[in-house]
Each structure stands twice: as C-alpha cells, then as structure tokens.
Design a protein around this ligand. Structure first.
Ligand SMILES: NC(=O)c1ccc[n+]([C@@H]2O[C@H](COP(=O)([O-])OP(=O)(O)OC[C@H]3O[C@@H](n4cnc5c(N)ncnc54)[C@H](O)[C@@H]3O)[C@@H](O)[C@H]2O)c1
Length: 332
C-alpha cells in the first residue's frame, strides 16, 4: 500500500504543527506549507523532531497566491486547510487582510482542489462563527452570528466551501474547533498569556474580561479531530460540518485560578483595559456539542483541562520555549 500524502496549509502554526505530527504518527507523508517570509523560517515546524521531519516536505508559500496553492495540493490524497489570520483584535485593525487570507485564500484552495480533483478537503472553521451561545450546548444547527471581522471572514470561507460542494460536488468536510490551547500557542490567546506571564515570574497578571466562558480543548485532541474527519469513510463525513470540543464550560476566571493553583503562585489579576473588546464583539459563552463528530468518527477528547494545562505549563517552563515569547507585552 502506498503512503497517503496529506497537504497542510498553516502547518507552520500552532494547531497545524501538531496536526503534522499527528498525521505522520498515523502513517502519512506530509507536504506542509509555511508562509513565505524573508528569514526562511518554517515557524513551529522548525522545532519538530527529526524523525517527524523525515516524513515532511516543507514548502514556503502563501494561500493568497493561487499558484502556490496549486503546487501544494498537486497529487495530495487529502488537503487540510488551516492557514488563516486568527487574532480577533488585529481583525479590528486590518480587516482587509482577513478577507484576503481567510476568504480569498480559501477560494484559492477550493479552486486548486477542484482542478486537481483532490479526493478530500478538510476545511477549518471556528466556534467564533456562532457568537455568544443562544442555546447550549452548541450544535452545528446553531445560528451563525459573527461578532468580529475575524469570525465573519471565517464564516465567509465556510460558505464558499458549502457552495463548492453544492455547485461542483467538491468533496469537502468542515471541522469547527472550539477554543484550543497547548504548547506552541501564541500569547494572543488567554491560556498562554496567563501561563507565559507566570512562567516568566510575573506577580501581577494583566488580563482582559474574566467572565466569558469557553470550551477549552487540548491541541492534541484538536489534531486528532482533524485526522478523524480526514480519514473517516467519505460517506460519513463529506459535505458535512462537525463541531469539535469537550462539552465542558469554563470561565476565563476559573481557568486563570486553576492555572495559578497548578503553577503554585499567588499572583494577582489586574484588568488591562487594552485587552477588553468592544462590548458587542465579546463572545460571552461557548459550549460545544460534539456528538455529531463522535457518532460519525468515534473521535472523543483524551485530555481533561487539567491534564492539558499540565503539558502546556511544562512547555512554557522550559526556558528555550519561553525565550520565544514576549510575555510582558500585549500581543494581538
Ligand atoms: N486556536 C484556536 O483556538 C482555534 C479555534 C478554532 C479554529 N481555529 C482555526 O484553526 C486554524 C489554525 O489556527 P492556529 O490557532 O493554529 O493559528 P496560527 O496563527 O498559529 O496558525 C495559522 C497559520 O496560518 C499561516 N498563515 C497566515 N496567513 C497565511 C497566508 N497568507 N499564507 C499561508 N499561510 C498563512 C500562519 O503562518 C500561521 O502559522 C485557523 O484556521 C483558525 O481559524 C483556531
């Protein structure tokens, strides 16, 4: 049997680099796109173990460029499309770049897989497209209500994927992860912002709103959800949208308290006004119902919030990892 070839956009990023590892562990060869940059770095891919990288061909490219996407997908058995601009605060400041990357970039992926007759596209959505939960837990039938330009650009991409399946029978499946955390995440998200500041010795934690609740999922579980929809029988997943989350609701404040306890610190929390979002844009509640994904693929999360936090704390306590972050600055 030949080794299946997976092509991954956003492979240089947080979830993408964990997905590359999961794909290699499940017997794939991977063609990984890292975003072109003048330093020639491959993002987090540069930190993967050599035995993983033996199975990975990394190409520099850009999803905004149709040609580089065509080259990436050529001959792939499955394309995992994760590349995106993801920061909500930066989407207030630079919304055009979100449309170009997240909407036009996804259109380029769709055109490329259509042209190459790729057997499967796994597209990445986000729980942010639901906005503050109107009913809980959130199923895939919950209304879409975008509260940030980021969410709107992702919903636009989701609709393009649905339209390609309707119009051209494009064999696509959309995975909609809820909030993911773990090693390699950037300081833009709350869990690494807390752990990073504490690991750097901060006695005062500078944070935004502590009231919103989230369904926090450890990144290895998110990566396994991608592999699950990428490898399940087509009849079970193609043309469908799947939530991925744990079904556990935790407020940001509760997560902060748990981290402080696990890291054995008495740090005090200080509200940082620049980290607060406009009231109408803050998504106050997200809680996932992932039963559709479980029923279709058998996937379920393997980590609790606490065990995932343990892994994440160990990562940030390693000085070599911590040195990659600016923990004192507010990163958007
Ligand atoms: N982190 C979460 O909690 C979460 C939750 C739901 C969905 N998602 C989705 O998961 C995906 C990955 O997110 P992440 O958290 O790993 O973020 P990330 O920023 O670490 O990864 C995104 C990657 O996309 C790449 N990229 C950006 N613009 C590009 C371009 N023009 N061309 C090529 N590559 C480009 C970046 O280099 C980056 O590494 C995104 O689609 C995001 O919307 C993330």
């Amino acid at each position: 049997m030949t080794t299946p070839l997976a092509a991954v956009t956003g492979a240089d990023g947080f979830i993408g680099s964990h997905l590359v590892q999961a794909l290699v562990a499940s017997g794939h060869r991977v063609r990984a796109m890292a975003q072109y940059n003048s330093w020639g770095t491959h993002g987090w891919l540069d930190t993967l173990p050599p035995d993983v990288l033996d199975q990975v061909d990394t190409v520099l490219g850009d999803v905004r460029d149709p040609g580089s996407v065509q080259d990436l997908v050529a001959g792939a058995d499955c394309v995992y499309h994760l590349a995106a601009l993801i920061a909500i605060p930066y989407s207030y400041r630079a919304p055009h770049s979100y449309v170009e990357t997240n909407v036009s970039g996804t259109l380029n992926v769709l055109q490329a897989v259509r042209r190459a007759a790729t057997p499967r596209l796994v597209h990445t959505s986000t729980s942010e497209t639901y906005g503050t939960a109107q009913t809980v837990p959130i199923t895939e039938d919950h209304p879409v209500n975008c509260q940030s330009p980021y969410a709107a650009s992702k919903a636009g991409a989701d609709q393009l994927v649905a339209s390609y399946t309707a119009s051209f029978d494009t064999p696509a499946v959309t995975l909609r992860p809820f909030n993911t955390f773990g090693p390699r995440q950037s300081m833009r998200a709350v869990i690494p912002a807390v752990i990073g500041q504490l690991a750097a010795g901060a006695e005062t934690l500078r944070l935004g709103d502590l009231r919103p609740t989230r369904d926090f999922m450890f990144v290895q579980d998110t990566a396994q959800a991608f592999v699950a929809v990428g490898t399940a029988p087509g009849a079970d997943v193609l043309g469908r949208v799947f939530n991925a989350g744990t079904g556990t609701e935790t407020s940001v404040g509760e997560a902060v308290r748990l981290i402080a306890q696990l890291m054995d610190t008495g740090a005090v929390v200080e509200e940082d006004p620049q980290r607060l979002r406009p009231t109408g844009s803050e998504v106050m509640r997200l809680l996932c119902d992932a039963s559709r994904l479980r029923d279709a693929t058998g996937w379920k999360p393997e980590h609790t919030l606490e065990s995932g936090l343990d892994h994440t704390i160990r990562f940030f306590r390693d000085p070599a990892n911590l040195a990659r972050y600016r923990t004192a600055a507010y990163t958007i």
